[in-house]
Write a protein that binds this ligand. Structure first.
Ligand SMILES: [Zn+2]
Length: 104
């Protein structure tokens, strides 16, 4: 039982906000919004994890989760240097369905 998992918290230079992240559509909107507002010092807390967002020149860094290039917006967890792409951070792929092992 985790009610944290369906809410995303974003803290950025322009303020902080909390948005629902229940459905894939919610998460798509969140992702698009983050791509617009993210700058240095922006953090995103989603699925119980706090991510530091870094915007920069397109880097060759690859996402640790999906192995694609993270591009211009990379996310890292708690001072780790490993980069994760915004798609993986916002849960484009459902981890729950893997866990259930059943078709949802
Ligand atoms: Zn990824």
């Amino acid at each position: 039982m985790s009610n944290e998992s369906s809410i995303a918290h974003v803290h950025g230079a322009s303020g902080a906000f909390v948005v629902p992240a229940h459905s894939p559509y919610d998460r798509q909107l969140l992702r698009e919004h983050i791509e617009l507002i993210a700058g240095s010092g922006t953090t995103l807390t989603i699925d119980g994890t706090c991510w530091q967002l870094t915007r920069g020149a397109a880097a060759d860094a690859r996402c640790t989760a999906c192995a694609r290039r993270v591009g211009r917006l990379s996310c890292s967890r708690n001072n780790e240097t490993k980069a994760t792409c915004i798609d993986c951070v916002t849960g484009k792929r459902s981890r729950r369905s893997q866990r259930n092992g059943e078709h949802v």
